[in-house]
Design a protein around this ligand. Structure first.
Ligand SMILES: [Zn+2]
Ligand SMILES: [Zn+2]
Length: 317
């Protein structure tokens, strides 16, 4: 089923490890993605964890036929994906080729991932988390905000993507059960695409689930970025905005709300960090379990570290 392995190390060692893994027939077709770590090890500690499910979804996923590949979306290689997106922009649909069929582009990641970068023309549900993604699932009257609501389930192509492909495996299985026929997913997810095609059709950066938080497309394929820029295929418009004041300043960065009980991951500008002391909203600034504003690109550590310092500062007042 879904296997997720993430490692960091010198590239020679990483490649030797991949070779060793592939000798096992269970891993012989493993899709390997390599991406440079910009500031030393991306995963400095070895952690082995058993997770019954890598993907969290409302209603659980154990009842889904996830072992059946025919239920999932058809994987499109990065080049096929790019062709499809580029063909979709052609106004002249007269050629009626397969590539020119109507499609809907779905982003099935979380809101905070979308906020910093996504495919041009993609849609995502108006929810914070993938867990509550709802496109195509409404049993009742069609929601205006659901692009799959009124759709011809047999004619329209649905293209979906996530960071590495696993969430698409889950979501496409659900849509298949709901009667959608033409489901496609970006093979290997956005990271695999940026490695192969560069930033064509992509706007912004890619959120990653480790201390680096987000990577520019140039981290995946440096030459492709300048090439795409030369032929005008990179959108330079900054579209990422501060979650609080909506400004589009350059130095936006992700942070967790300083209120432990909220912990919302959001994109924030330096002014709002200062004004709200690292919180996501006014309410959170008066919450009981607040942590200090973290400088730079650090992430919060265990609560007791802050709780103790809080107690100390109260004693000195
Ligand atoms: Zn702001
Ligand atoms: Zn908050």
């Amino acid at each position: 089923m879904n296997k997720g392995l993430m490692h960091s190390g010198p590239s020679r060692d990483a490649l030797a490890y991949v070779e060793w893994l592939r000798e096992d027939e269970n891993f012989s077709d493993l899709l390997v993605q390599i991406c440079p770590a910009l500031n030393g090890h991306a995963f400095p500690k070895l952690k082995l964890r058993y997770k019954p499910s890598l993907v969290q979804l409302e209603g659980g996923i154990s009842h889904l036929p996830l072992l059946d590949p025919s239920m999932r979306a058809i994987p499109l290689a990065p080049s096929e994906w790019r062709n499809k997106l580029e063909a979709g922009k052609d106004i002249d649909k007269a050629s009626n080729s397969d590539l020119n069929r109507d499609f809907i582009l779905l982003d099935v990641r979380n809101g905070y991932e979308w906020d910093i970068g996504h495919f041009h023309g993609a849609r995502r549900p108006d929810v914070d988390c993938f867990r509550s993604t709802s496109f195509g699932l409404s049993q009742r009257e069609a929601f205006a905000s659901d692009p799959l609501a009124d759709l011809d389930k047999e004619k329209t192509d649905i293209l979906m993507y996530c960071t590495g492909g696993i969430r698409c495996d889950v979501y496409s299985t659900i849509l298949r059960q709901r009667g959608f026929h033409n489901l496609y997913a970006l093979k290997g997810g956005v990271s695999h695409y940026l490695e192969n095609e560069g930033p064509v059709e992509w706007v912004g950066n890619l959120f990653v689930f480790d201390s680096r938080l987000s990577l520019p497309p140039s981290a995946y394929k440096p030459d492709a970025v300048s090439e795409a820029r030369m032929i005008g295929k990179v959108s330079e418009n900054p579209f990422a905005t501060c979650y609080i004041c909506s400004s589009q300043v350059r130095e936006l960065r992700h942070r967790n709300c300083a209120n432990l009980d909220c912990n919302l991951l959001f994109l924030c500008c330096a002014d709002c960090v200062k004004n709200l002391r690292g919180c996501c909203c006014l309410n959170c600034t008066t919450a009981p379990q607040r942590r200090p504003v973290l400088p730079g690109y650090q992430r919060y550590k265990k609560w007791h570290l802050y709780r103790d310092s809080e107690v100390q500062s109260q004693l000195t007042i």
